[in-house]
Design a protein around this ligand. Sequence first.
Ligand code: PMP
Length: 406
Amino acid sequence: MQTMQVKNDFPILDKVLYGKYPLVYLDNAATTQKPRQVVEAMTEEYYNVNANVHRGVHFLSQQATELHEASRETVRRFLNARSTAEIVFTRGTTESINLVASCFGWAFMKEGDEVILSEMEHHSNIVSWQLLQARQGIRLRVIPITDDGLLNMDEYEKLFNERTRIVSVTHVSNVLGTINPVRDIIRIAHEHGVPVLIDGAQSTPHMPIDVQELDCDFFAFSGHKIYGPTGIGVLYGKEDWLDRIPPYMGGGEMIKNVSFEHTTFGELPFKFEAGTPDYIASTGLARALDYIRSIGFEYIEAHERDLTTYAMQRMMEIEGMHIFGPKDITHHDAVISFLVGTIHHLDMGTLLDRLGIAIRTGHHCAEPLMHRLGIEGTCRASFALYNTREDIDALVDAIHRISQMF
Ligand code: PMP
């Protein structure tokens, strides 16, 4: 598979910024660009199918329902879940994590009970538990990281006690690029009889996921980070857990019968899907997953590993360059956070933008991690299947130019 061929599927990558700089898009950990196949499938559905799902007896409604449920099956296959009952459509990783924190917390946690998180979590996997803390008096326990940006697994094991109810950790850090040993995390938690939620926002675009093999109890990801549309994401949950936790929101679609005295809830996964779902976005997500399948993770992993290795090597040529996160590439995914000398991350990001290069700057919704690192923020370049070594050369050349200005 040629990267140039892949690039042709993403029209936005042809953009020229400020009249002369070809766009070099390296902000993929924030959101990925969308291939034609995704955008066209969604447009086609709006033009030719659009009708509300699940409720209608008419032709279009049935067709829209079939498409929506076929998309659920595509997601099931992507994660290798046992059943579509285990695939809940949400608005994204944030909503998926909030759903678990709220509903699992409500059903199974009381004052003094504990959730184990890590020092490298995204705010969505911190604040959602703090809301539960405020409501129900639960406690947050935090796995520290090592100076290399890895989870300290010895400390992790020590955090378990009789009050531990759930572990909720990220698969891949959106700042450090660390690939966490989720199999070990899950095995150890299960030895203590504790379920595990994995935040897959940064892993799903880069590596194959098999929720049965991982044996995670919950798994969350976002469509927009995996070449799909915004506004849709997934919560995978083992059927047994989803059966036992109460619904998140009330409304249409999630009920069997309603009276003022008593309401019965719908079957899984509909119990968790109140209201009209984004059935156009589910089609877009399914086409994005088809697109990834057509390219294959074998290619994606090899290509992105090459890019990350090349970027680390080339970036280290720059005087004053500091790269955060694991140096060992086997633990490091396609995200590189860096600072150069005393140049402020915001200045670097702004000046790179003027040269057509899109990176992210700031705390990356991981302020506790910034505190641990003793910094305010970083510059972050993150790669996707359509990036090339030339993109990295452009980044390195531009950083050289900017460094000289300071
Ligand atoms: N977790 C991680 C690790 C992330 O990188 C992000 C997005 N930056 C999220 C959660 C939240 O994802 P979303 O905004 O799509 O809900």
